[in-house]
Design a protein around this ligand. Structure first.
Ligand SMILES: [Zn+2]
Length: 110
């Protein structure tokens, strides 16, 4: 039973394009070694990256058109926008809650 699972030909059902997908994925993973770390992409977005690194990241995104990093940047932008919205709502919520707490407190003192 275990030997069947270890032998890919025993499964027999693995189609050729699945093998190809695996190869592409493997190559892609190796290619990504040259990709800047997501932290760098984040720093690039908020402009805290040093000019030389920013140039590299910019080249990687615009000239190399790296789909992986462009997707990551897109995601980081969305998360950034979402976090700003949450922060604003959170702030309003906190303000409301502290106001209610202050009102309760002052009422309790009476
Ligand atoms: Zn990349």
């Amino acid at each position: 039973m275990t030997s069947d699972a270890l032998d890919p030909s025993a499964a027999g059902a693995a189609p050729d394009d699945e093998q190809l997908l695996f190869t592409v994925a493997t190559v892609w993973r190796e290619e990504r070694v040259s990709c800047p770390h997501p932290d760098l992409l984040g720093a690039f977005l908020d402009g805290s990256l040093d000019p030389a690194a920013a140039e590299f990241v910019g080249f990687h995104l615009d000239e190399s058109q790296c789909p992986y990093c462009n997707a990551t940047v897109e995601e980081l932008r969305e998360r950034e926008a979402a976090s700003h919205t949450v922060t604003l709502d959170d702030l309003r919520d906190r303000l409301l809650r502290s106001t209610v707490a202050a009102l309760r407190e002052s009422r309790g003192r009476r």
